[in-house]
Design a protein around this ligand. Structure first.
Ligand code: BG6
Length: 462
């Protein structure tokens, strides 16, 4: 059933401005909204200020705004101002929602307020049929995730909870499934017999952008590795689901996470960029990592002994999001003779960020009398081939309105990922400094024997 109202807690905040209002505009344009949106916030804004902020957020991020669509959306926006701890706020929201019986409640607020707000909603009867959307990270370790889940489950069952990981809304990430399971070409070689390693890189060339207070309590492992990077890993490693229902999809993901071997501390590199300690909101001697890299193994039949390298960091040399599958060398290097360099292995590179696409690096004969190989890339730019993709938040909000869990995380997987990371979160490895514009601490380069493979540079390793 489709929802009949959308309620946004934290409606005057950063996420709403950067992601949610532009997404609402896109949904309005696509005819996917058609319901009223109720912002809830503690900032004492007027209706007019709230709408002006939404309008500015949309104009900032969307080119060629259609004024009719914009105004239709702005007319659908309402603001409830109040303290999240006060029953009056929820009574007022209840009054505004009038006859609505199936609201989607989006909590774009500090995670420590999730339980309080959900209880406040329950006290006025809003949660009966509601769908509750919560932002990541869900908890900050295994125990706190269990506690948060218990608090929410006292009020709502699992099928009314939608845990966001916006990477699951990215079309490029979803395309990993299509690439693997809609093509028979790769499936026979998608295993330990042919694949030498998998590298997943999410690097950002910017810092924490004023989010010091939040980020310093979280760090790179909790902020993106526990969720975004492990999601990409499961998409690459999972078995085909029986069908595309949410249940079977989640079952397969859980199996991958459950098969990941305990992480060796020597396979983890934590870094902090020089200058981080001077950022606003960061504790004086903060040990928070702004970079993390690690080697993982999935102990199952398909992947035994294949290293999966993951890394992410702020203030690195480039912003990129990609997964590189490196294949094994042919059993005999026929075209490599004394003096020639070894052929570079075949590589499938999924570019998952802006300008997404896929590059397949093959060996071809170099021109000339000799039989020497040279790497060539088969490249597809998805936007050019298939048209523009939708933004993650638009797809996630639309899915929550329709009640589809496919693009959200299930509690067992979330707990499994915390269980995996708990030991290294509880006993963090040494924090190493790195300079901005670098690829993180040098120790992370040593983690990958042949070097990390970055951004379409099959030959140039970092
Ligand atoms: C967020 C993190 O979840 O993802 C940010 O909190 C990070 O720190 C962001 O910058 C990256 O998202 P994207 O879609 O730009 O890769």
């Amino acid at each position: 059933m489709n929802a009949d109202a959308l309620v946004l807690f934290g409606a005057t905040g950063d996420l709403a401005r950067k992601k949610l209002f532009p997404a609402l505009y896109e949904m309005e344009e696509a005819g996917e909204l058609e319901i009223d949106v109720y912002g809830v916030a503690s900032s004492k804004w007027t209706q007019a200020e709230f709408r002006a902020n939404a309008e500015a957020a949309i104009r900032e991020r969307i080119a060629d705004v259609d004024e009719v669509i914009l105004n239709r959306l702005l007319d659908e926006l309402h603001l409830v101002v109040g303290d999240y701890r006060s029953p009056d706020t929820f009574i007022e929201l209840r009054n505004q929602l009038k006859e609505c019986s199936l609201p989607v409640i989006y909590l774009a607020i500090a995670p420590d307020m999730f339980a309080t707000v959900t209880q406040g909603l329950a006290d006025v009867g809003i949660t009966t049929n509601a769908r509750l959307v919560v932002e990541k990270p869900f908890g900050r370790d295994y125990q706190s995730a269990i506690e948060l889940d218990d608090a929410l489950k006292k009020i709502l069952p699992e099928d009314q909870i939608y845990r966001i990981d916006h990477y699951l809304g990215k079309e490029s990430v979803e395309d990993l499934l299509v690439f693997r399971f809609a093509n028979t070409l790769f499936e026979p070689v998608w295993n330990r017999n042919y694949i030498a390693s998998v590298q997943i890189t999410m690097s950002e060339n910017f810092g924490i952008e004023g989010r010091g207070k939040f980020y310093d309590g979280v760090g790179a492992t909790r902020d993106v590795l526990q969720n975004h990077l492990l999601q990409v890993l499961t998409m690459l490693a999972m078995e085909p689901p029986i069908d595309l229902s949410s249940k079977f999809m989640q079952d397969e993901k859980l199996k991958v996470l459950a098969a990941i071997r305990d992480i060796e501390p020597s396979d983890v590199v934590r870094g902090q960029y020089v200058g981080y300690l001077g950022e606003e909101g960061v504790a004086e001697h903060s040990d928070t990592e702004t970079f993390v890299a690690m080697k993982l193994f999935i102990d199952n039949w398909r992947w035994a002994e294949v290293p999966f390298y993951l890394r992410t960091g702020k203030k690195l040399a480039e912003s990129t999001l990609e997964a590189v599958i490196e294949f094994k060398q042919p059993p005999r290097l026929l075209f490599s003779k004394l003096g020639n360099t070894k052929p570079i292995p075949n590589i499938v590179r999924f570019r998952l960020g802006a300008d997404d696409g896929v590059d397949i690096s093959l060996q071809a004969k170099a021109p000339g009398a000799e039989l020497i190989t040279y790497p060539v890339d088969l490249t597809v730019e998805f936007a050019a081939a298939l048209g523009e993709r939708k933004e993650a938040y638009e797809r996630l909000l639309a899915a929550a309105l329709q009640g589809d869990h496919f693009r959200f995380t299930r509690i067992d997987s979330v707990l499994q990922s915390w269980q995996l990371l708990d030991p290294i979160l509880k006993t963090p490895t040494k924090l190493l400094p790195y300079f901005e514009h670098s690829w993180g601490p040098d120790e992370s380069l040593d983690l990958v024997p042949g070097g990390w493979n970055v951004v379409g540079k099959a030959a140039g390793k970092h």
